[in-house]
Design a protein around this ligand. Structure first.
Ligand code: ADP
Ligand code: F6P
Length: 460
C-alpha cells in the first residue's frame, strides 16, 4: 500500500464503536482517522512486568492500530515522569510543578527509541508519518537514526511557553533540537507559533523566513517548517448526535432532576491546568454575591481522573473533593445541591446531551492548547435556544471564538460576573453569538485540520 497515513501518539483510542477515551488528541485523531483510514501506532495503555517485543495489531475496516506495552520502569520514567511531571506542567506554564529529573529524561529517550524501532518495522517507503504531542518529541530523530527518510510531521496539542520558561529545563536545547528532524512542526495557535520561533531564534540562532503562512526554519543544521494548524471538531456530527439525546436515560434523569433550575456545565479531565478550584470558587462567589441564584442554578462538573500515578493529580483531586464539599455544605438546601461533582466518564452522546441541557458552558482552564469541550458545548446547543459559553482567555480556543464571554480564569469575581451575564443573556444575543461561533466551527472541522496538515506535510 502506498501513501498510507501513519499516526503516532502515546494515547491510542479504542477503535471499537461505543468506547471512548477522554482527551482532545484521542478524540480528534479518531474522528479523522475513521474517515481517512490509516494506521495508528502508540502505547497499548498496558503496563506489564516484562513488555517483550510484541506489537498488538487490531484492524477495523480501513483503520488499524498497532500498539506496544510499557514496562513498569518505563511507564514511571517516561509517562508519569518526563512526559507528565516535567513537560506537561512546563508547557502549561507551571514551572513551580516541574520535576527536573535526569533519570526520567533518560527513560523518555529510551521509550522514544523503542517506539521508533517498533514503528520502523511497520513502515513502507511512501508512508506519511504524523507524530503527536509532547510524549514523542524525540521520535523523529530516532526514526532518522534508523534510516527512515519518509516525510515526518509533528503536532503539539498543548500550548508552548515562552523561551524564558522553556529554558528552565536543563536539557531544553537537546529536546528542542529534536524538532529539527521533522519536516513540519504544527502548533495550535499563531501565538504558540510565534513563541516557538522566538525560542528557535533566541536559543538556537535559527534563521527564520516567514512565508506561506508559516516559518521556514534553518536551525541545528537542518531545515523544517513551523506552522499553526488549529484543531477543530466534527461540528455536524456533534450537532446531529446532541439533537437525538433527549431519550438517553442519564440525560433524561438530569433534566428531570433540574426541574426549572438552570444548569451550568463543566467537562474536563481532572487536571490542574483546567482551573477547577478557581471555577468552584467563582461559582461559590456567584452564590454569595447574587443570592437570587441559590436553588435556581446548579453547576455540574464532570471530571474523570487521569494520570493518577503523578502526585500533583492526586493532590488536585483531594483539593476539589474538599472544595466541592465546602461549597455544598455552605449553600445546599433540602432539595438542592449547588455542585454536582462527578469523577467519571460518559459516552460521548450522553456528554453532548448534558451539554445541550446547560444554559452556560463553563470552560476556564488556566492554560490550554485549544480545548475541544468549548467547541463541543457550542455544537451541542439547540439552535432555537442556545446557551452561552464562558471561556478562558488562556485557552487556544479563545483566539478563534471571540463571541464567547472571554474571562480571566484567575479572576474569581470576574468569572462569577460572566456567569451571571451568561445566565441573564437575552435569547436574541445568545443566538447571534452562537451563530457566529458556529460559522467558525463549521469552517474548521477536525477533518479539515487533519487533511490540511497532511497536505502541507506531503507537499514538501
Ligand atoms: P484535553 O485534551 O486537555 O483533555 P480537550 O477539551 O481538548 O482537553 O479534550 C477533551 C476531550 O475529552 C473532549 O472531546 C471531551 O468531550 C472528552 N472528555 C472529557 N471528559 C470526558 C468524560 N468524562 N467522558 C467522556 N469524554 C470526555
Ligand atoms: O490533548 C492533550 C492530551 O494531553 C493528550 O496528549 C493526551 O492523550 C490527553 O490529553 C489525555 O491525557 P492522557 O493520555 O495522559 O490520559
Amino acid at each position: 500500500m502506498t501513501n498510507r497515513t501513519v499516526v503516532v501518539s502515546n494515547r491510542v483510542a479504542p477503535i471499537d464503536e461505543g468506547r471512548t477515551a477522554a482527551g482532545g488528541l484521542a478524540v480528534a485523531v479518531l474522528a479523522a482517522l475513521r474517515r481517512s483510514g490509516g494506521i495508528w501506532f502508540g502505547w497499548s495503555g498496558e503496563v506489564v512486568a516484562s513488555p517483550g517485543e510484541t506489537v498488538h495489531l487490531t484492524e477495523r475496516g480501513r483503520l488499524a492500530t498497532a500498539t506496544v506495552d510499557l514496562g513498569e520502569d518505563d511507564y514511571e520514567a517516561y509517562y508519569n515522569g518526563f512526559a507528565n511531571a516535567t513537560l506537561w506542567p512546563l508547557f502549561h506554564y507551571r514551572v513551580d510543578l516541574v520535576d527536573f529529573d535526569r533519570a526520567n529524561y533518560a527513560g523518555y529517550r529510551r521509550v522514544n527509541a523503542h517506539f521508533a524501532r517498533k514503528l520502523a518495522g511497520l513502515l513502507g517507503p511512501d508512508d506519511l508519518i504524523w507524530v503527536h504531542d509532547y510524549h514523542l518529541i524525540p521520535l523523529g530523530e530516532e526514526l532518522r537514526r534508523l534510516g527512515i527518510g519518509n516525510r515526518i510531521g509533528f503536532f503539539l496539542h498543548t500550548p508552548l511557553p515562552p523561551r524564558e520558561l522553556l529554558a528552565t529545563l536543563p536539557m531544553h536545547r537537546e529536546l528542542m533540537r529534536c524538532l529539527a528532524f521533522f519536516d513540519l512542526v504544527g502548533v495550535q495557535t499563531e501565538r504558540d507559533r510565534v513563541r516557538l520561533c522566538g525560542y528557535l531564534a533566541g536559543e538556537a540562532d535559527a534563521l527564520l523566513e516567514e512565508r506561506d503562512g508559516g516559518a521556514s526554519v534553518r536551525a541545528f543544521g537542518r531545515e523544517f517548517r513551523v506552522e499553526a494548524h488549529p484543531i477543530g471538531i466534527d461540528a455536524a456530527h456533534v450537532e446531529r448526535s446532541a439533537a437525538g439525546t433527549a431519550n438517553i436515560r442519564d440525560v433524561e434523569r438530569l433534566r428531570v432532576s433540574l426541574a426549572d433550575r438552570r444548569l451550568i456545565v463543566g467537562v474536563d479531565r481532572l487536571d490542574y491546568s483546567k482551573g477547577l478550584p478557581q471555577r468552584f470558587d467563582a461559582f461559590a462567589h456567584l452564590l454569595r454575591a447574587r443570592p437570587g441564584n441559590r436553588n435556581r442554578v446548579s453547576l455540574m462538573q464532570i471530571a474523570p481522573p487521569t494520570r493518577g500515578g503523578v502526585a500533583e493529580y492526586s493532590e488536585i483531586r483531594r483539593t476539589l473533593d474538599t472544595l466541592a464539599g465546602h461549597v455544598n455544605g455552605e449553600f445546599a438546601d433540602v432539595d438542592w445541591v449547588p455542585i454536582r461533582y462527578l469523577n467519571r466518564s460518559f459516552s460521548r452522546r450522553t456528554l453532548f446531551g448534558f451539554l445541550r441541557l446547560a444554559r452556560v458552558g463553563l470552560v476556564t482552564p488556566l492554560r490550554d492548547g485549544m480545548n475541544l469541550v468549548a467547541m463541543e458545548y457550542l455544537a451541542s446547543q439547540p439552535p432555537d435556544d442556545p446557551g452561552a459559553l464562558v471561556l478562558s482567555r488562556f485557552a487556544g480556543a479563545a483566539q478563534y471564538l471571540p463571541d464567547a464571554l472571554i474571562v480571566n480564569p484567575y479572576d474569581v469575581e470576574g468569572v462569577a460576573e460572566a456567569i451571571q451575564a451568561a445566565l441573564a443573556m437575552p435569547l436574541g444575543e445568545r443566538r447571534e453569538r452562537w451563530e457566529r461561533s458556529m460559522r467558525v466551527l463549521r469552517s474548521n472541522s477536525v477533518e479539515a485540520w487533519y487533511e490540511r496538515f497532511l497536505a502541507r506535510l506531503a507537499g514538501g
